[in-house]
Write a protein that binds this ligand. Structure first.
Ligand code: TRP
Length: 340
């Protein structure tokens, strides 16, 4: 029985934010002490819909790594690496493509959104590379035979597909090389946007970044959505599903203060401004050490590149070993034939 192994990753397309923190960054900082942990900077995946902008991806490789380090992913515990530096992932993607049908990929919600919906980027005529990216994500996980994948809720279908591929591979090639792949999701699911939208994203402008200034945080929280049915501070308000209280629960460590605010909010004894002021304080307390670490780490780009290069070297060795075993299982390891 193989030991548990954690793998997760980020697309280097922009700065990470508190939505990523709740969805997956926090979980990885907790898991890194218990299991061997790998952090993939998914540049190849980012290229599937940014193939005309490799510069953007290049710049964000460091930013993404720095975001991880700043929130507490420890380079002495976790191994960071860049996807394109491991050609075995691409190789495995090709083998996996035989095990997945076009319909199966088109059922994936993220792919569907871009290919079938009017606002989709590739409406009707997607590049092959984009269609294949859920398959490539399965290869990201399985080339290391990782079995625990801390990801945001939106990634569930990706993890399910990775597991389907793993089990199908094992069955067809009569091997047990691949583990059962299990997504690790945060208890609170997906963090709502500042505007209450289900999805928090840079393009929707409803998020808080790790390098936001105190002023930006203040402005953003002051503009947050609360209970839309509450007009006056003396109206009883709804706490459940109210973005300001969702954030209080997640980012305010003073539970007593939060309970008191909730109690008074329900009774119509506290205004939005007081609730928001207390959230601003909690959020600044949360962000400012991360922001400071970000600044310090950013000063030494070589330190960050070093972490990546060391990780890549380690993962390259592991990838070669696993790929030999995979080819063995597929009976296409011709090198062995030559040796005997
Ligand atoms: N698709 C993931 C995201 O958008 C990033 C990612 C790429 C990933 N490869 C992965 C996550 C492998 C987990 C495992 O967040």
């Amino acid at each position: 029985m193989e030991l548990d192994k954690v793998l997760t990753g980020d697309r280097p397309t922009g700065k990470l934010h508190i939505g990523h923190y709740i969805g997956s960054l926090k979980t990885r900082t907790e898991m890194q002490s218990k299991y061997p942990t790998y952090i993939l900077v998914a540049d190849v995946q980012a290229l599937t819909d940014n193939y005309d902008n490799p510069e953007k991806i290049r710049e964000n490789i460091l930013e993404t790594t720095i975001d991880n380090l700043a929130v507490g992913v420890d380079p002495n515990k976790a191994t960071f690496f860049i996807q394109s530096m491991i050609p075995q992932i691409a190789e495995l993607t090709i083998f996996f493509m035989n095990l997945v049908t076009k319909e199966q990929v088109l059922r994936n919600p993220t792919v569907k959104e871009e290919v079938m919906l009017k606002r989709g980027k590739f409406l009707g005529n997607p590049p092959f590379g984009f269609l294949a990216y859920p398959v490539s994500q399965a290869a990201d996980i399985l080339f290391l035979r990782a079995n625990k994948v801390p990801v945001g809720d939106d990634q569930r279908p990706m993890i399910e597909l990775a597991n389907d591929i793993a089990q199908k591979f094992n069955k067809i090639y009569q091997t047990d090389i691949f583990p059962t792949v299990e997504g690790v999701y945060s208890e609170c699911g997906r963090l709502v946007g500042l505007d209450g939208a289900k999805k928090m994203s840079k393009s929707l402008g409803n998020t808080i970044f790790f390098d936001d200034s105190d002023e930006e945080i203040t402005r953003k929280i002051m503009g947050m959505y609360t209970d839309p049915n509450r007009i006056r501070a003396t109206d009883p308000g709804k706490v459940e599903g109210n973005p300001v209280f969702i954030y209080h629960d997640l980012f305010n460590p003073n539970k007593q203060e939060v309970e008191d605010l909730k109690d008074r909010y329900r009774k119509g004894q506290v205004g939005d401004v007081e609730v928001k002021r207390k959230l601003i304080k909690a959020m600044i307390d949360f962000i400012s050490p991360i922001r400071e670490r970000r600044i310090n780490i950013s000063k030494d780009r070589n330190y960050v590149w070093d972490i990546l290069q060391n990780g890549i070297k380690k993962v390259q060795i592991e990838a070669e070993e696993t790929m030999a075993k995979i080819k063995e299982a597929m009976k296409i390891n011709y090198l062995n034939e030559l040796v005997t």
